[in-house]
Design a binder for this molecule. Structure first.
Ligand SMILES: [Zn+2]
Ligand SMILES: [Zn+2]
Length: 188
């Protein structure tokens, strides 16, 4: 049903699409420890096992994949640079087609209606790639430890979430207000 490499340090698994010729659906459930799940993103660090359930259905020429992924990642806040954990909990529903069905001009589809269409090669679907993508899709572009993170003081480097530095107090002088506004802008 699936190929799993055991000699590799990292979890890798492929779903063989011809498995669907004999049965209407196939389910995979996995719990991969964070150190065995390779993340190709230096700034996204797994801090909990990657748990997922995936159901393959349809025919080998058009495989529907429905499932969920849960884990926890550690990110760095863009404003205060502190590391914080974020829960990943996502459901997904995709269609996988053989690569031979892909438009010849480009393998990257830009039409919104094709957004959930993915292609597979050699009659197998790479499960690790699928789960890896789902995790990265949940990582926000703007990373904030909290919505109202006050960031770092550009003058003294103090984390404004945990301390009020002298620089902030000086800036209460109304003559400095334009400069304070500029600093707030720069620290975003
Ligand atoms: Zn922050
Ligand atoms: Zn300061």
């Amino acid at each position: 049903m699936t190929e799993v490499t055991s000699e590799n340090r990292y979890y890798r698994e492929w779903f063989l699409v011809q498995t669907l010729e004999g049965q209407p659906q196939v389910e995979l459930r996995r719990r991969v420890p964070p150190e065995r799940f390779e993340m190709i993103a230096d700034d996204v660090c797994l801090v909990a096992p990657v748990r997922f359930r995936v159901r393959f259905s349809g025919v080998p020429q058009r495989v529907r994949v429905r499932g969920w992924v849960r884990t926890q990642v550690q990110l760095q806040c863009d404003r205060c640079l502190v590391h914080y954990d974020q829960t990943i909990d996502v459901r997904f529903d995709s269609i996988y087609l053989p690569l031979s069905e892909a438009p010849t001009d480009s393998r990257r589809l830009t039409q919104p209606e094709d957004a959930i269409t993915t292609f597979f090669e050699q009659e197998r679907i790479d499960v690790w790639v699928m789960i890896h993508e789902q995790i990265l899709l949940q990582v926000p572009f703007k990373r904030l430890c909290r919505a109202d993170c006050r960031g770092i003081c550009p003058t003294c480097g103090a984390n404004r979430n945990v301390e009020t530095c002298v620089c902030t107090e000086e800036l209460i002088d109304p003559r400095w207000e334009p400069l304070a506004r500029l600093r707030r802008l720069l620290s975003r």
